[in-house]
Design a protein around this ligand. Structure first.
Ligand code: AMP
Length: 422
């Protein structure tokens, strides 16, 4: 029978790589806590309406990329393709929209999109996202961007570009869309097929298209003159505070991020090492989404970082970042299979002191056990076979120097601690 394989666009994470993930996640949690964010965990499975209502029926995630399934009762469910909509759903369900306070949440976990897999584009990938509810202050936008760049610095990445833009408020939207439509309609035939559809359904998305002809058609489009005075003033406050906070950015008048729900500030971080899929993350303000999803009108802003891409980019910038993987510090070897239970007692004593330890549990020659200990990068191997027991000692072998000593049973543990420190 042919061996089973992981689905295309999904992958297994083995210990060497998992340790990189753990370090990335741990440092992210530390930084997020510094900025007053707390974790929220939402289900991987939601009613499809959570996404269709929030992202909009015409959004590509909804039309092409959602993994949909029906449960036995015939309800339409979706594997979450992104994190904001479920967090907003949970925020409203918990009644947090009615408290009038500030809420700072973050999430970290897998997302699912039915995309054609390629480098940096997977069907199951992981996002770290933050959402701040309860303020429309442009200084909040600045702080969110400060946090985003602080995370990148913490991960020792320098080679990124933060692009920002303002796409105006809902009041500006109708005007911007009709301007854009009348400007692009004469070039309709030159647009790619997707963009011809977008011209009717969501012309903003055409600005996102990477095709040369579509880019040419949108050349020179800039909303900065089309947005209302209040939005323009907010954008100036944002950019001035970013400069004060020494957050590097460039203004990209074409950055719209497609999603229906964004208002005012939009942003994206790119990294040149990633090739075509060069966005590490992005986000924006979504002042109308909470109300659109059935809550009180609560302004909000957030971002999501794609962690696979962060790791890919980090690997390019910080080579050999992973320290050698260590299975356990101490290995308790046995000379005879019957000694295994005693070895288990010794190992458990070591673990009780907070030191990682693995005992041999198998009927294997000592030589093979030492090879295993070497593979796991154990620092010390402890052995108490029959001859050691008769002498009342434990043998301790330092793997780096290959030196072995015998220590009286009563002192063996303090000697072990000493060796581990040396
Ligand atoms: P989006 O909400 O689509 O802008 O996604 C935010 C971030 O998630 C992107 O900038 C990517 O880093 C990451 N991302 C999105 N889709 C994928 C995917 N299919 N595979 C890997 N990472 C992705």
């Amino acid at each position: 029978m042919a061996a089973l394989k992981a689905l295309g666009g999904t992958s297994d994470t083995f210990p060497e790589e998992a340790s990189r993930w753990q370090r990335l996640e741990a440092s992210a949690r530390e930084i997020l806590a510094l900025y007053g964010y707390q974790e929220v965990r939402t289900p991987l499975l939601e009613e499809a309406a959570v996404f269709t209502q929030s992202l909009g029926q015409s959004d590509e995630i909804v039309t092409k990329q959602m993994y949909l399934l029906k449960d036995r009762g015939g309800r339409e469910l979706a594997l979450r393709p992104e994190g904001t909509a479920p967090v907003v759903r949970a925020f409203v369900e918990r009644g947090l929209d009615k408290t009038g306070g500030l809420t700072r949440l973050y999430y970290l976990g897998p997302m699912f999109r039915a995309e054609r897999p390629q480098a940096g584009r997977k069907r199951q990938f992981h996002q770290l996202g933050v959402e701040v509810f309860g303020t429309a202050s442009p200084y909040q936008d600045a702080e969110v961007l400060l946090l985003l760049t602080r995370l990148l610095c913490e991960w020792r990445m320098k080679d990124w570009t933060l692009k920002i833009n303002s796409i105006g408020c809902q009041g500006d939207r109708a005007r911007i869309l009709s301007d854009l439509k009348s400007r692009l309609t004469p070039h309709r035939q030159k647009l790619c097929r997707d963009c011809q559809v977008r011209l009717e359904k969501n012309p903003l998305r055409i600005l996102d298209c990477k095709k040369a002809d579509c880019q040419k058609a949108t050349d020179g489009v800039d909303f900065s003159k089309a947005v209302c005075e209040a939005c323009a003033a907010q954008f100036i406050q944002l950019t001035e505070s970013l400069s004060l906070l020494q957050v590097k950015f460039v203004r990209d008048p074409h950055l719209v991020r497609g999603l229906d729900y964004y208002t005012r500030t939009t942003f994206e971080v790119e990294h040149p090492a990633l090739g075509v899929q060069n966005a590490i993350g992005g986000g924006g303000r979504y002042d109308d989404l909470v109300a659109r999803m059935g809550g009180q009108p609560v302004p909000a802003i957030g971002f999501a970082l794609g962690l696979e891409r962060v790791l890919m980019a980090q690997e390019k910038e910080v080579p050999n970042d992973s320290p050698d993987l260590m299975g356990a510090k101490v290995f308790v070897a046995t000379v005879d299979f019957n000694d295994v239970p005693l070895a288990m007692v010794l190992a458990e004593g070591v673990r009780r002191h907070g030191i990682s330890c693995v005992a041999n549990l198998d009927d294997r020659p000592l030589k093979r056990q030492l090879e295993q200990a070497q593979k796991w990068r154990c620092q010390v191997v402890a052995i108490q076979g029959e001859s050691e027991r008769l002498k009342g000692v434990v043998a301790l072998k330092q793997m780096a120097s290959r030196t072995q000593i015998e220590v009286p049973e009563g002192h063996w543990f303090s000697k072990l601690q000493e060796l581990l420190k040396s």
